[in-house]
Design a protein around this ligand. Sequence first.
Ligand code: FAD
Length: 513
Amino acid sequence: MVEKNTFDTIIIGAGIGGLTTGNLLAKNDQNVLILEKYSLVGGYVTTYKRKKYPMDVVHVIGGLRNDAPINRIFRYHNLYSKVQVIEVEKVFVYRFPGYDISCYTDMEKYGAELKDNFPEEKKNIDSFLAEMTGMWGQILASYYNPSILKLAAYPIRFPKLVKHQHWSFEKFLDQFTTNHELKKVLSAGWGYNGLNMPRVSAIYMIAMLMSYHTGGAWYPKGRFQNLSNAFAENFKEYGGTIKTSTEVEKIIIKDKTAVGVVTNKGEEFFSKNVVSNSDTKNSFLNLVEREFVPDKVHQKVRNYKQSVSGFVVHLVVDMEIPESLSCGCVMYFPSFDTEDHQFSLWEKREIELDANTMGLGMAVSTFKDKEMVPDGKHVLDLIYMPAPYEYFKKDTKEEYKKLKEDISERMIKATENLIPDLGKHVIVKDVSTPLTYERYTGATEGGWYDIECSPNQAILGRIRNKTPIPGLYLTGAKTFPGSGMFGSSQAGLFTADSILQGRLTRGKGMLKR
Ligand SMILES: Cc1cc2nc3c(=O)[nH]c(=O)nc-3n(C[C@H](O)[C@H](O)[C@H](O)COP(=O)(O)OP(=O)(O)OC[C@H]3O[C@@H](n4cnc5c(N)ncnc54)[C@H](O)[C@@H]3O)c2cc1C
């Protein structure tokens, strides 16, 4: 007889990675328990309410078109019977001085848009897009957990991956053009990896862009929470158990093997496999006692640089917003060096305070689903990156509140460069800082993408799905392949596949048909 508190697999955290792994295991006859510290499932893929209005944390998910990787996962679980998705034609709109460029998910249309704006760069643009397409093919065809033998064959089978594995996106772009403005435009979606062109992994930028160009950009009808809820409901239908508002405080290790967890309520649960969807640093530096973490792993995790966080102003406004800004997320740069300047401030643990020179992102949920708010108002968020964690650590609640108020007003002012008079039409405002993200998901310093997406920490630089501690796995942005909803769902697949010994993918980059 199976004990009430014994499972095949326990998953710590119901982020998109935890939910993906849980669903795949439960569908394949495992008895699975998911423990989530927050009251809602989804991790960052959640929506909260302020004065009856839904406020999304995330903006658009890639990879749901035709045979794209995440669509395979959705179809496998018949998730479309629980959540409707709406396709967004332009994943990004890039606003630079003198340029207003739509990043269509359709690559031909995007290419044409780029060539209209940079006619002298036509050939270079074609070469750039062709190389990204070639890279994407190799990313999907490669193995998620290559053996040493398979790795030895990588230079022949996957030469583009081997060549670019430690490259920054800037180095990648340098192969095609020396045009500074074009390079800034091509890398303008950097916020979705949290690092600008010279710092971010080339492969991560290409994977993020190609997930949208090949798989489309999508919004779950009603709000993003509906997507996470669909996963959770499905998981329960497979017989899985989810306990929300339950934090795991410790992973139990016996004979050097992970065998269970202890929660903040003092309950103990046991399993053959423990999967952590919690922060990499939290998993290895807090949840597992020091004596059980191999020295090499401990040192590696301690040395990891955490990804940046952001400052976000969620708004409801009673005004029209120009249709030209309708997309997944607008990236606004008042100059071609905006983000370099913002990163140099971040290194000094400061942020841009001048509304005239501040760059930001803007995501309007009500453009993606025009029916989500019945009274014709717009729900949107303004995003400042990178926001240093320490900057928001204040001695008193009053100081913290004042800082939030001051910066949010400056951001609204900066956004008036896109939407004149925005500030006069705000009817609801809610602000999130790095401390907010830390509080809700437990992410160290409120990091948005787990550890930083730099070339050395990307792909094989992350701890593998099956960790060096027997019985312990990672899932989501914490492991291979990486962050974003696309990367985290793929990680969810690879982790489930490791546990099921290759039944789902045969070691490859996609769920088998
Ligand atoms: C503001 C913002 C906007 C974003 N926009 C986009 C976007 O538009 N498109 C995109 O693709 N990506 C976006 N991302 C990134 C994307 O949301 C994340 O990379 C992805 O959702 C991470 O998924 P995950 O599986 O790693 O889990 P996470 O979302 O990190 O969730 C981890 C879960 O584990 C729980 N947990 C942690 N510790 C414990 C514990 N000890 N016990 C129990 N539970 C625990 C947490 O509460 C949380 O629910 C955005 C991120 C942010 C912050």
